[in-house]
Design a protein around this ligand. Structure first.
Ligand code: NDP
Length: 333
């Protein structure tokens, strides 16, 4: 069975590819350049069941057409993970909204035109569920049934709002497509994803956007003021990858699989760092040992946990594995 993974170079996608290869699927990954494909192929040990196709820019509405024209009939399952996730832009339409929306529409249209695909899984996000204005409202509980109320114009105030809205518009387009074509569709909607990079050599001074939360704290020093002070929720990347497989291996048509293993704050992370690595010096935070005491909206994803049916990696484990990988690379461990 052949599985297409879009955005195969991504932090989450590399783990998805790894889990697919371990289960002996034929894997086709999309990458933005030949060099990126060659590097990744080598990193995975050059297996014969892994190949890459170039899709340079998913903002282009027909970016996926050549790939599907060439290999569409081979592909049984599509896992669409490619989408920009960063906050370093002021051109929210060009850099966040359009690639997210066109990328999703583009791959779906190519499936319709050339493919014989049995299942589509779109990597969406809690960002398409949460109301950004309620992040700090401790009385708010979101579930898989909720939708971010953002509008195209209204979201373009700051990168976080624009990114969250980009995921909402992309996911809405996916569900519209499913309704129109009847294709079996599932979305995976994770909160902030922590966890190690698939390959140690890819640990750089700057990590992927969600792990940058940890990276900032790893490089804090005693006495530092903690900014930004996060109060959010996390899930480990290996569980997110697993969920992408469960999404097509089990009957999950129509599900939005919410992925979260609970809340964290910057203080919680610092407490873990100081406990697990006592030989190193990090900031202590304003309330050492107390964990996160600030109010934050909650995500009740108990329905998805039942559908997925596997236990999730703890915050302590996820933080430890992420941080240990960075510290080893820096020669601090
Ligand atoms: P990464 O930035 O590591 O991966 C993003 C992937 O998308 C990369 O392969 C990147 O290619 C590709 N991509 C981005 N923009 C374009 C473009 N214009 N044209 C072609 N390819 C593009 O992010 P993550 O792995 O963290 O995120 C993967 C998915 O998961 C995204 O859809 C994201 O929204 C979602 N998500 C992530 C969460 C997290 O906390 N990490 C939480 C919830 C959802 P390249 O490597 O060449 O830049």
């Amino acid at each position: 069975m052949a599985v297409l993974v879009t955005g195969a170079t991504g932090f989450i996608a590399q783990w998805v590819v790894d889990y697919l290869l371990k289960e002996n699927y034929q894997v086709i990954g999309t990458v933005r350049s030949q060099e990126k494909g060659d590097k990744l192929h080598k990193q995975f040990g050059s297996p014969s069941n892994l190949s890459f196709e170039i899709v340079k820019d998913i903002s282009e509405t027909e970016a996926f057409e050549p790939l599907f024209e060439k290999r569409g009939k081979e592909i049984d399952i599509v896992l669409h993970t490619a989408s920009p996730f960063h906050f370093n832009t002021k051109d929210y339409e060009k850099d966040l909204l359009i690639p997210a929306l066109n990328g999703t529409r583009g791959v779906l249209n190519a499936i319709k035109k050339y493919g014989d695909v049995k299942k589509v899984v779109v990597t969406s996000s809690y960002a398409s569920i949460v109301d950004v204005s309620k992040f700090a409202d401790g009385s708010c509980v979101f579930t898989e049934k909720d939708w971010n109320p953002a509008t195209w114009e209204g979201c373009q105030t700051d990168p976080m709002s624009a990114y969250c809205a980009s995921k909402k518009f992309a996911e809405e387009a996916a569900w519209e497509f499913a309704k129109e074509t009847g294709v079996s569709m599932t979305t995976v909607n994770p909160v902030f994803v922590f966890g190690p990079q698939k390959f140690d050599e890819d640990v750089k001074a700057q990590l992927n956007t969600s792990n940058e939360i940890l990276n900032g704290l790893i490089h804090s020093k005693p006495g530092d003021k903690i900014e930004p002070d996060y109060h959010a929720a996390f899930v480990d990347v290996r569980d997110v990858a697993k969920a992408h497989l469960v999404a097509f291996q089990k009957e999950t048509n129509g599900e939005r699989l919410g992925l979260s293993n609970g809340g964290f704050g910057s203080q919680t992370i610092l407490d873990i760092l100081n406990e697990k690595f006592p030989q190193l010096e990090f900031a202590k935070g304003p309330e050492p040992g107390k964990g996160d005491t600030k109010p934050a909206a909650k995500f009740d994803n108990s329905h998805s946990n039942k559908v997925l049916g596997f236990p999730l990696i703890s915050l302590e484990q996820s933080v430890y594995d992420t941080v240990a990988q960075v510290l080893k690379k820096e020669g601090r461990l």
